[in-house]
Design a protein around this ligand. Sequence first.
Ligand SMILES: NC(=O)c1ccc[n+]([C@@H]2O[C@H](COP(=O)([O-])OP(=O)(O)OC[C@H]3O[C@@H](n4cnc5c(N)ncnc54)[C@H](OP(=O)(O)O)[C@@H]3O)[C@@H](O)[C@H]2O)c1
Length: 206
Amino acid sequence: MSPASVLIVGASRGLGRALAEHYVSLQSRVFATVRSPLKPDQQFKGRIQVIEGIDCSQSDVGKRIVDGLKGETVEIVVIVAGLLKPEEFGKSSFEDEVSMYKICAIAPVLIVEDLATSSSLSPNAKILLLTSEAGSVTLRTQGEGGGMYGHHGSKAAGNMVGKLLSLDLKDRGVPVAMIHVRLLRLFVYRTRRESLSLVTLTEEFM
Ligand SMILES: NC(=O)c1ccc[n+]([C@@H]2O[C@H](COP(=O)([O-])OP(=O)(O)OC[C@H]3O[C@@H](n4cnc5c(N)ncnc54)[C@H](OP(=O)(O)O)[C@@H]3O)[C@@H](O)[C@H]2O)c1
């Protein structure tokens, strides 16, 4: 059965956009957050309620999303927004690392807290964080090498805060899952079909 309502955080492009258009095609009510207003050639297919001005690097991100929902509740929440800035040993960047940690590991906490405390979650709500196997310590090997500190570190932190949120929301019956999608960047063309691997995962989760 299709979820009644879905909130996608970070839906301007990529997986977030594909998910928003997928759910609206299933007749779910979809709220899609973006940072900047979409240009005419970026408009969504289908009737999606766009919440503009949602920047995951800002401390009021959760409050802005709650305000944008205007009292509506959501059943499925997918936090997709992410940032990957490459780094190598000797050339790490403080600013880039702070940005990655804010978006991938701090924003999910603020968003989920504000949704839960403002009663914006449906009784049967489920929360999905698009983290990554990049956040796994044991999967980092000598062969793969080091570097990419902010990327791997912020995804590891994202996996950790997701686990902690799941403990805090357990009594409310709200599951929190961290999801890895296969490495879509290996493909030159990111088609809607590739994004469907995530859609399948979320459907299994529901
Ligand atoms: N693609 C892969 O191979 C892969 C693999 C594993 C995990 N993932 C994870 O899956 C998620 C989506 O990946 P993707 O490939 O679809 O990414 P993408 O195409 O780079 O899209 C990133 C999305 O995040 C938004 N975003 C970036 N900074 C933001 C901020 N400060 N506030 C709010 N939104 C912000 C972007 O919005 P703007 O348009 O405003 O920049 C965009 O909608 C990411 O978290 C990524 O780490 C992806």
